[in-house]
Design a protein around this ligand. Structure first.
Ligand SMILES: NC(=O)c1ccc[n+]([C@@H]2O[C@H](COP(=O)([O-])OP(=O)(O)OC[C@H]3O[C@@H](n4cnc5c(N)ncnc54)[C@H](OP(=O)(O)O)[C@@H]3O)[C@@H](O)[C@H]2O)c1
Length: 333
């Protein structure tokens, strides 16, 4: 009897149909079985990402067949491997990004989405690491080519990818202006190293920003929020500044007057980490090595602000979707 046969049922968060988040439930379902080219992982921790909340409501570009277990990224112990899997074995500590499946006691992952958990990392740190820090590092390094001495404005700076962007921009030698909607959120940004703080709930936030950056404007803007904030921010981007389009957490996709790009030869640059990983796996591996090195050196503490149980996941997703969360929330199983 293999390890899998000892356990046939498990608890998991289940999305039965695309609907408001309070229709999610924690149910008992069948434990997945390893199929060829796949790995069954006993999940120890899974992190929440904004797309998890969108996906459950049918608002994300990826719409998995229902019912499904949400949870895009997680860390745990290999329980069973399918035929053809050689790079990990039962008992290994691993991280995985599968798009779905993480918010359950066991998850099935395609082998190519599974990697060893760097030895000094806890399961919770590992679950909150790859997508969030991978996205922000790719955006700053590969897309914006952020240079030491430059100034960067981060919108949504207290959120998951935003907090990672603060930490990474500081490690890259930039001056960081963090923008967020409450003083509590800005306090978190400051604790992570932000040099200047702007509360964009204030109507005059562009004046606050201009007081910091002066006439020359900022060199780079990291926008994970969208909505009305984007155009205001873009107007503060300096000569040949780079504007990173990362996400639209505010809901509205801004329609930007293109004269704002012509003026000052500004560059508006899209960031799509998932596609970048698929198209350029060597770049992704190099980025992961650098991030793991910074983590091991103690320079990149993962910005986990909350740890919840599987039963607390629905409330946590609701907080994330309604702007009440900060940093990274991790589900510990
Ligand atoms: N392009 C990529 O490859 C990529 C990769 C990962 C994530 N993303 C995207 O990046 C965005 C942020 O993801 P995340 O996981 O960091 O999310 P998060 O932790 O929830 O952070 C989102 C931030 O957006 C701000 N926000 C403004 N209006 C909001 C609203 N109506 N509802 C919720 N938040 C609102 C919030 O800060 P304030 O209250 O301070 O405004 C919040 O801190 C999402 O759109 C996600 O899809 C893109």
């Amino acid at each position: 009897m293999n390890a899998h046969n000892e356990r046939t049922a498990m608890r998991a968060l289940v999305c039965k149909q695309f609907a408001p988040l309070d229709q999610l439930s924690v149910d008992t379902i069948d434990t997945p079985t390893a199929i060829a080219g796949h790995v069954v992982i006993q999940v120890k921790a899974a992190s929440l990402n904004f797309p998890d909340a969108l996906m459950c409501q049918g608002l994300y570009q990826v719409k998995p067949p229902t019912p499904f277990v949400p949870g895009a990224e997680f860390a745990g112990i290999v329980h069973e491997v399918g035929d053809g899997v050689t790079h990990v074995k039962a008992g290994d500590r691993v991280i995985a990004q599968t798009g779905t499946g993480g918010f359950g006691e066991y998850a099935l992952a395609p082998a190519q989405r599974v990697a060893p958990l760097p030895p000094p990392m806890s399961f919770s740190d590992g679950a909150a690491f790859v997508m969030t820090y991978g996205t922000s590092f790719h955006a700053l390094k590969d897309v914006a080519a952020l240079q030491a001495g430059e100034t960067i404005l981060i919108l949504g700076a207290s959120g998951g990818v935003g907090t990672a962007a603060i930490q990474l921009a500081k490690l890259m030698g930039a001056t960081v202006i963090a923008a967020a909607s409450t003083d509590e959120k800005l306090a978190l940004c400051k604790s992570l190293g932000a040099d200047h703080l702007v509360n964009y709930s204030n109507e005059n936030w562009r004046d606050q920003l201009n007081a910091v950056v002066g006439k020359s404007g900022v060199n780079v803007i990291y926008d994970a929020v969208g909505g009305a904030y984007s155009e205001t921010a873009l107007r503060s981007l300096g000569w040949r500044g780079r504007y990173l389009v990362v996400g639209f957490a505010a809901g509205d996709i801004p329609k930007i007057p293109l004269n704002l790009a012509l003026l000052k030869e500004r560059k508006i640059l899209g960031v799509y980490w998932g596609d970048a990983v698929a198209n350029d796996p060597k770049m992704h591996m190099a980025n992961m090595r650098q991030l793991a090195t910074w983590f091991a050196e103690g320079k990149l503490p993962i910005a986990i602000t909350e740890r919840v149980s599987l039963d607390g996941t629905i409330d946590a997703l609701k907080r994330l979707a309604s702007r009440k969360a900060m940093g990274k929330i991790v589900v510990e199983l």
